[in-house]
Design a binder for this molecule. Sequence first.
Ligand code: PLP
Length: 712
Amino acid sequence: MKDEISSLHERLSVLARNLWWTWHPEVISIFTDLDPQVWREVDHNPIAFLSRVTPEKLEQRAAELVLHSRINYAFRRLNEYLNKEKTWGNIHCGNLRSRPVVYFSAEFGLHESLPIYSGGLGILAGDHLKSASDLGIPLIGIGLLYDQGYFKQRLNGDGWQEEDYAALDIALSPASPVKDAGGEPLIIQIDARSGSLLARVWEVQVGRIRLMLLDSNIEGNTADDRCLTSRLYGGDERLRIRQELLLGIGGARILQALNIYPGVLHLNEGHSAFAILEEIRRVMAYDQIPFHRARRRVSLYTVFTTHTPVAAGHDRFPGDLMEEHLGIMREKLGLNHDEFMALGRVNPGDTTEPFCMTVLALKNACRANGVSSIHGGVSRLMWHPLWPERPELEVPIGHITNGVHVLSWLSPQMNQLFETRLGQDWATRMVHTEVWEKIKDIDDGELWETHQSLKMRLIRFVRRRLQRQAQRLGQKEILKQIDQILDPDILTIGCARRFATYKRGDLILSQPDRLARLIGDSRRPIQIVFAGKAHPRDDSGKQLLQRIVRYSHDPACRNRIVFVEDYDYNVGRHLVQGVDVWLNNPRRPLEACGTSGQKVVLNGGLNLSVLDGWWNEAYDGRNGFAIGHGGMHNEETIQYQRDGDYLYEALEKEIIPLYYDRNESGTPHHWVRMMKHAIQSLGWRFNADRMVKDYAQRFYLPAAGAVSEDTQ
Ligand SMILES: *Cc1c(COP(=O)(O)O)cnc(C)c1O
């Protein structure tokens, strides 16, 4: 009996320590069934959950709820997953097995309980790891362990954003210490002119993938350095270069300490580009070859993904900061200051130019890409000066369009519908178009009912959140009407984003009277759920956000416009699963890709978006809605006003009539037809399995092949 008690707790602990559980609803439901209240209190962290339940109590609850077989089944599924031989990666990426892909990123968004991400870039990196795991591609992730993460957003009574930082309790996180060859905790040391920097290393299991995270909060570091990995994107230039030193050079050192030879270095954005320098240094020492030969060799297996379509968004460091932090590295590479700085300069001869991380990456990667077709073009234009002798079209930056890790974003209800209608194994075959043909056979009423139940779930979530918020702020009026907030029978628009000005989060408020008419329409009204954070130092972003919050308090749209605090993985998941329409209206062409709209597709949501990023490739006239026709204007205010007009037109002429056109049984049949067409035409393309396969076939395999030839 005793054995069985401990094994149940142990089995759940094993499940809790591999983030595989985050995309398996059958595991999540075990925790919610055990105690939904506690599950919420611990922010969906199963390790924290288990720390609050004794093995005896767990055994008792499991017996009451007849959970034994479900726990055992989940445990068996995890083991089968980890030991599976016949994966796509095993079949196609054999030559990466001894030398894996090493994927560097400054943030990884894997789940709300591990807050080491801020937004889209991190979520994309997390989705990349999860699909690499599902496909069985030999890959290791490298990042930073932020012990306070990104901020939690609170709104004050006036709708102004305030930031809270919560400390991560590492003992209740899925991270475990990485040991060195002698079994001691691995410590990485980086020498700079102003002293050494130390970091310890943690490891998180993401299915089959290991994610290594550097943490500077250890004894031996100065007080300042101990805070280096506290927060994402805080601090000044100096803090930033030290973070990037840790990520790039520290990350490459982890590989050396563990005797891992990279087959491919994949730099996700420029933050980690110093890894290139450390890898060149290693190859020079190991193979006893000079800088230029080592550099050439390392570039054969370095690939780079850029995400930022705005020139000012790329990290640049002045010469003195570079010398302080990388002077020792520079000497080891055998370069003088100007030769070294030239590696990161657009114009090597311009001694006033700072060192740009993106330039370092672009000049030293054999393959580089933007994250949508438009963004590839924007990047070629932006970096044309690096290749002045070539025509713009031949600037060597292509594109691989982002995708999302479907099972992390798909509602369990839709998953179940797909399992019964498309086949039990639909998820492993989602990149094939045939899988989606059967969507047509799903009964309209069944699909609509499933969608409606998800919308109701979203509404209950929003009410819970607003209740909590109103209690904190003492907003009695809101508390009294909590049950009237949002209505499942009303066309529901979701709009969640970072409040950067180019995303134009307030576009739909640009004609307040027109919006008020749409919201207050007695027969065919609309309602909107907003969420999103502004960067702590971006006051214009905060003003934009405040404008929306204030508007939501206006009696004219009370209960029909809401702002949900603290947009994170969890809020995002609820939103994308429950809305009818996902609104995205960035200023074209500044959205690199935009992935949130991809998350709604398989949940039955329709996109309403500017033809920018992925939507420009996806929209076919029948699988969602476009704002405008892809036009642009040099004058920002004119583009804003035009896009506002297009947005209202789409709502008034297309979306609202279609949504409220019902058949005798109350189903909006034309709308459902569009939902089905969206799923069928978009599902197979805009997912992370397709994206990671593209990286494997177009980047990883050729790069790994080239280097093995070079070293023979
Ligand atoms: C998906 C997601 C993003 C990125 O969405 P975009 O469309 O690129 O803005 C940002 N934050 C969260 C929480 C997300 O889930």
